[in-house]
Design a protein around this ligand. Structure first.
Ligand code: ATP
Ligand code: MG
Length: 436
């Protein structure tokens, strides 16, 4: 390994010590006989000072360093309260490991906001920016916190297939693939498999996986390839047991992010509040009432909340100190696998978690009675022949169960307060983007 310390490991108390660092030339300042190179690695920045009258050879070498060149520097740490972080390096050697071509595809050091499309075209360069870097460091910590919650509670981590014969939720949103000599599809959700694992006696499972949606969207909250966090649990009373899990694990995640990603939040200029009180759980009908009474807004689609509806409800609850809340029982979405409330034909035991005005997850109690399940499949004209393997699992003792699927990218978008979900994905996919 190359001998080097991260820049955040070098402090003014190391004054007089030898150190080696490696990173990209974030900024170069030329003041006549003195040249400053600000070197950036993934942990921070440090100033390196080259003086002509102290080491002419090294000074001349420093003149060859261009912006975003990758350099390795050895030298002595000096305390300097004029320098960022109150310390700098007096170099004894300089090596350019990798030269950067000019012109650069985009600027990294200055706060010039390139448009998102340019940024994504040059994503490796865009990702060098400290404030972009912070998003993915925050994401790592958020996912660790979330998984920890489930691990502590005895959940089993699962991996389900990404290629299958049919999709859980039907045709239009599926990407076809050629699987040897037959047509198959990329998975839009692990729904069927996590349910089958309830019949297998796994009781509590979670999966950090990928889902594909071939939707024709042009929004700031949709992508074609999604990072999903899926949960399923058995022996539940009803969908409130599932909401309890979603609520507690999400609160825990926010709490840990606030504690452990404080630097990232500061870089992103986000003041994160952790909702300590119970998340409100309102019925769909009540959501419509609030929208009409408070905002005079009637969603376009009768059985669903539209984007504007979610946003307005978000404002309404945020003002009352609830950035997160559940909307329960959507009449518009009745997938065959969802449990219908018996005395209420229009409401399903489905819920959405809305956070900062945007849907983060959908879940509910599932249908575990085979006869009813088949009835709903027929009603919804689902081709049962594609799902025999799934239906088998209901014939030999299926416990009552439920779960949810949470969009990880949306969650990070909302926690980090990013305008577009694509900013929360390293290399996002949308109908117009298949590279990089
Ligand atoms: P929406 O109504 O917002 O399009 P959905 O109800 O179709 O989402 P679900 O099938 O309920 O989505 O998926 C569960 C979660 O996965 C959603 O709450 C969301 O966080 C995420 N998700 C779904 N589709 C997408 C997508 N195309 N891009 C990004 N995230 C998505
Ligand atoms: Mg949904």
């Amino acid at each position: 390994m190359l001998d080097r310390a991260y820049t955040d490991e070098v402090t003014s108390s190391d004054s007089g010590e030898e150190v080696a660092v490696a990173g990209w030339a974030h900024e170069i300042r030329d003041l006549g006989g003195i040249t400053f190179v600000i070197l950036r690695d993934r942990k921070g920045q440090i100033q390196v000072i080259f003086k002509e009258d102290e080491d002419e050879d090294l000074f001349n070498k420093a003149q060859d360093v261009g912006k975003e060149d990758l350099v390795h520097v050895e030298g002595i740490v000096e305390e300097n309260d004029q320098a960022p972080g109150d310390r700098e390096i007096q170099p004894t050697s300089l090596e350019i490991i990798g030269e950067a071509e000019t012109p650069l595809p985009m600027d990294v050091s200055k706060n010039i906001d390139s448009d998102l499309s340019t940024r994504l075209d040059n994503r490796f360069m865009d990702l060098r920016k400290p404030e972009i870097h912070a998003i993915f460091s925050l994401k790592t910590k958020a996912m660790e916190a979330m998984q920890n919650w489930f691990d502590e509670d005895g959940y089993i981590e699962i991996d389900t297939p990404l290629i299958s014969k049919g999709g859980a939720e039907g045709g239009a949103e599926l990407f076809p693939v050629i699987y040897y000599d037959e047509e198959a599809f990329l998975s839009q959700s692990p729904q069927l498999y996590k349910q089958m694992l309830m019949a297998a006696g796994f009781d509590k499972v979670y999966e950090t996986g990928t889902a594909f949606r071939a939707e024709e969207f042009a929004t700031s909250r949709h992508v074609s390839e999604i990072n999903m966090f899926d949960v399923e649990l058995a022996f539940i009373e009803d969908h409130h047991d599932v909401m309890d899990v979603q609520e507690e694990s999400f609160r825990h995640t926010l709490k840990k992010v606030k504690e452990e990603a404080a630097d990232e939040l500061e870089t992103l200029d986000v003041n994160l509040t952790v909702p300590e009180e119970e998340f409100p759980r309102i019925k769909f009908d009540r959501a419509l009432e609030i929208l009409e009474e408070e905002f005079n807004h009637i969603p376009d689609d009768e059985g669903d909340l539209d984007t504007k509806g979610e946003k307005l409800l978000g404002e309404y609850f945020e003002e009352k100190g609830h950035p997160a809340f559940f909307v329960v029982g959507y009449p518009g979405e009745k997938f065959y696998y969802m449990q219908q409330v018996e005395d209420d034909e229009v409401a399903s035991r489905k819920f959405d978690l809305i956070y900062k005005g945007q849907e983060l997850s959908s879940g509910g109690q599932r249908q575990h009675d085979l006869e009813t399940l088949e009835k709903w499949m027929e009603k919804q004209e689902v081709d049962k022949s594609n799902f025999q393997f799934y239906l088998e699992a209901f014939k030999f003792g299926m416990p009552p169960h439920g779960g949810y699927g949470l969009g990880i990218d949306r969650m990070i978008q909302k926690i980090a307060e990013l305008d577009n979900i694509k900013e929360a994905i390293l290399f996002p996919r949308d109908p117009d983007r298949l590279e990089p």
